[in-house]
Design a protein around this ligand. Structure first.
Ligand code: FAD
Length: 284
C-alpha cells in the first residue's frame, strides 16, 4: 500500500498527560515528531476518577496551540457530578476545543461514590444537552467485548446506546485479530450503526507492559505473537522490529478491508508509529 492519502482517512494519535517535567519534555518531542504526519487529531487520556484532570487540560491546550492540530481530551464520567462535567466542558469550549472522547472510565480503587453518571451513553447525552453540536464526540468500542459486559450482544447494544445518544465516531479498544473488528463492524451495520468505527492500534514495544494492559482490558494477544515475544526476552530492538512488522500487517488488512482510519495508542513514544506509518505509505 503506498501513497495512501491521510486526508481521506481518520488517523490520530493518543497520548497520556506527563507526570514530571522530563516526561513533559519527552512528550513535546514526541508530539512534534508525529505532528509532521498531519494526523486528523491528537487525543489525551484522562486518569481514573479525574486524577489527571488539570494535566489532561494543560496537555490538550498545549498540543492544539503549539501544533495547530486539533486536540481532543478524553473525559470520563464515573465518580463525577453533572456540575463537574459542565465545568470541564465550559473550560474546553473557552479554549476552542471542539472534539472529545467521551468515556465512562473505571472506578478508581478506594473511591466510594459512583457519581451521577452510570454509563458513557449518559455522558454523551449530557454533552449534547449542554453544548449542542459544539463537540465532535468519539466513544469507545470493543470488538473483543468489554470485560464487564454481560455478553457480546449486550455490549453491542450498549455501544448503540452511545451512538443513539449522539456520538459522531468511535475508536476501538486495541486488538491483534482483525476478524474481531470485521465481525464487530458487520454486526454494527446490521443494527443500523452508521458512524465511522476507527480501529485502535497498539504498537508492540514492551511485552511485560502489553501483557499487563491486555489482561486488564480484555485484549487478546495471539499465542504465536506471545510465543515470539517471550523468546525475544529483553531485546527491546528486536521486540520493536517484530512489533512493527506485526502491527503493519494488521493495519494493512484493516485498511484494505475498508477501516475508516487508524488511532494509535502511542504511549508517548513516536518510533514505532513513525515506522508503521511509513510502511503503510500514509505519508502525503
Ligand atoms: P460504557 O460504554 O459505559 O461501557 C462500560 C460497560 O457497561 C460495558 O461492559 C457495557 O457493555 C456496559 N454498559 C454500557 N451502557 C450500559 C447500560 N446503559 N446498561 C447496562 N450496561 C451498560 N479509561 C480511562 O480511565 N481514561 C481514558 O482516557 C480512557 N481512554 C480510552 C480510550 C479508548 C479509545 C478506549 C477504547 C478505552 C479508554 N479507556 C479509558 C478505558 C475505558 O474507560 C474503560 O474500558 C471503561 O471500563 C469503559 O468505558 P466506556 O466508555 O466504554 O463505558
Amino acid at each position: 500500500m503506498s501513497n495512501q492519502n491521510t486526508q481521506s482517512l481518520q488517523c490520530s494519535f493518543e497520548f497520556f498527560p506527563p507526570k514530571t517535567e522530563q516526561a513533559a519534555v519527552n512528550l513535546r518531542n514526541t508530539v512534534n515528531q508525529l505532528a509532521v504526519l498531519k494526523p486528523s487529531f491528537c487525543s489525551v487520556t484522562f486518569g481514573a476518577g479525574g486524577s489527571t484532570r488539570e494535566k489532561t487540560f494543560e496537555t490538550v491546550v498545549e498540543i492544539q496551540e503549539s501544533t495547530g492540530i486539533e486536540a481532543a481530551p478524553h473525559i470520563s464520567c464515573i465518580a463525577s457530578t453533572k456540575d463537574n462535567i459542565r465545568e470541564v466542558l465550559q473550560a474546553y469550549q473557552a479554549k476552542g476545543i471542539r472534539h472529545i472522547v467521551a468515556l465512562r472510565g473505571d472506578m478508581p480503587s478506594g473511591m466510594m461514590s459512583a457519581g451521577e453518571f452510570r454509563y458513557a451513553n449518559e455522558l454523551v447525552e449530557f454533552i449534547r444537552a449542554e453544548t449542542g453540536n459544539h463537540f465532535q464526540i468519539e466513544v469507545a468500542a470493543y470488538p473483543e467485548v468489554h470485560p464487564q459486559a454481560a455478553n457480546a450482544e449486550a455490549d453491542l447494544h450498549n455501544f448503540k446506546r452511545k451512538v443513539d445518544a449522539g456520538a459522531n465516531t468511535a475508536i476501538t479498544q486495541y486488538f491483534y485479530n482483525p476478524d474481531a473488528y470485521f465481525r464487530f463492524t458487520d454486526d454494527c451495520e446490521k443494527l443500523g450503526i452508521a458512524i465511522p468505527i476507527v480501529p485502535g492500534i497498539m504498537p508492540i514495544t514492551n511485552y511485560t507492559q502489553l501483557s499487563r494492559f491486555s489482561e486488564a482490558c480484555g485484549a487478546e494477544i495471539p499465542r504465536w505473537v506471545r510465543k515470539r515475544l517471550e523468546m525475544l526476552g529483553d531485546d527491546r530492538l528486536s521486540i520493536r522490529a517484530f512489533g512493527v512488522d506485526v502491527v503493519t500487517a494488521l493495519c494493512q488488512r484493516l485498511l484494505e478491508r475498508g477501516a475508516p482510519g487508524l488511532h494509535f495508542y502511542t504511549l508517548n513514544q513516536s518510533e514505532s508509529c513513525l515506522a508503521i506509518w511509513e510502511n503503510l505509505g500514509l505519508t502525503e
